[in-house]
Design a protein around this ligand. Structure first.
Ligand code: DOR
Ligand code: ZN
Length: 352
């Protein structure tokens, strides 16, 4: 379906999907939803609200609020997730999946990130849910970081793979797992070396920044997210995975809005808001790597295939020209939210 003309200044793609997105609620939801729905057809919606979206009933109510916030004339399908707790009822999960309400379950190790306090401490306690999910083919989206204070923050993903994910997958090999927002060569290698029931999402920002962008020459809170960006060799491994066309790697932006007031604090929130300019950023990354032809697989095909969804029947056009300017922030009823700054000019815009 990728069509490029002779000079490759126009790219027609099936309408992309975002397989990891934070939309929040209330005024924030109202402001950020159009930023995604403008370009994306569907998104996996993260359940880490306060309180979290744990039950089928909560997911149904949240889906209604999302659809109610969608501006007139826009189409968008939220794919709901349930937040896994040690009290989650396997039957509630199974019913939510069977009815089409919930697409996946999200595992946050307790304390790993924003609003993860109700997450999992003792993995033995969620075994019945995981077994039920394996039985019905419902995917588990995993925030793959250990939370132990004595594990270096830059090592938490690699340690999670060995200490948590491998044992879970050994005990429940039929469970379909998405390692979300992978940030390391270790995770890329693990996914590549595993031939069944494992895939990974990669964010836009982790394809572009490394840890120097956060810390060298002054601290840049708007680049701080979890998992935190790692050293350059890991970023390069992520780019190689994304451009490879390997169907196990696909886009999940993890676009995670926080107001500037909450980012620019002595202890600021983790999250990068990239919904607004993600496709322009990705086109630039793929073009620089000489792999524009693989962009459609990464943003529009691989994820849908893993989730058993048909690819979109709609298309979007990306057009190359003079650098596009995006706003440096969007206004929300809660205050301004800064848009991800890739640090280089963006030549591809999405044609309306
Ligand atoms: O940076 C992040 N922000 N990582 C997460 O896992 C959660 C997210 C958020 O909800 O803000
Ligand atoms: Zn996230």
């Amino acid at each position: 379906m990728v069509q490029t003309n002779a000079t490759t200044d126009r790219l027609t793609l099936r309408r992309p999907d975002d397989f990891h997105l934070h939309l929040r609620d209330g005024a924030m939801l109202q402001a950020v939803l159009p930023e995604t729905a403008r370009h994306f057809g569907r998104a996996i919606i993260m359940p880490n609200l306060v309180p979290p979206v744990v039950t089928a009933a909560q997911a149904a109510a949240y889906r209604d609020r999302i659809l109610a916030a969608l501006p007139e004339g826009m189409t968008f399908t939220p794919l709901m997730t349930l937040y896994l707790t040690e009290e989650t009822d396997p039957e509630d999960v199974a019913a939510a999946h069977a009815s089409g309400l919930a697409t996946a379950v999200k595992l946050y190790p307790a304390g790993a990130t924003t609003n993860s306090a109700s997450g999992v401490r003792d993995f033995a306690k969620v075994r019945p849910v995981l077994e039920k999910m394996a039985e019905i083919g419902m995917p588990l989206c995993v925030h793959g970081e250990v939370t132990d204070a004595d594990i270096d923050i830059f090592d938490r993903e690699a340690v999670f793979i060995d200490k948590v994910l491998k044992p879970i997958r050994k005990k429940t090999p039929d469970l379909r797992v998405v390692m979300e927002h992978v940030t390391t060569q270790d995770a890329v290698d693990y996914v590549r070396d595993t031939h069944k029931n494992l895939a990974a999402t990669i964010t836009t920002h982790h394809l572009i920044i490394n840890r120097n962008h956060i810390l060298a020459g002054g601290i840049r809170p708007h680049y701080y997210c979890l998992p935190v960006a790692k050293r350059e060799m890991h970023r390069v491994a992520l780019v190689q995975a994304a451009i490879s066309g390997d169907p196990r790697f696909f886009l999940g932006t993890d676009s995670a809005p926080h107001t500037d007031a909450n980012k620019l604090l002595p202890c600021g929130c983790a999250g990068v808001f990239s919904a607004t300019n993600t496709l322009s950023c990705l086109a630039e990354v793929f073009e620089t790597a000489g792999k524009l032809r693989e962009l459609e697989a990464f943003v529009s095909l691989n994820g849908a295939r893993f989730y058993g969804l048909p690819p979109s029947g709609e298309t979007i056009d990306l057009v190359r020209g003079a650098p596009v300017s995006y706003p440096d922030h969007i206004d929300t009823g809660d205050g301004p939210v800064t848009v991800f700054d890739p640090g280089f000019p963006l030549h591809w815009r999405v044609e309306a």
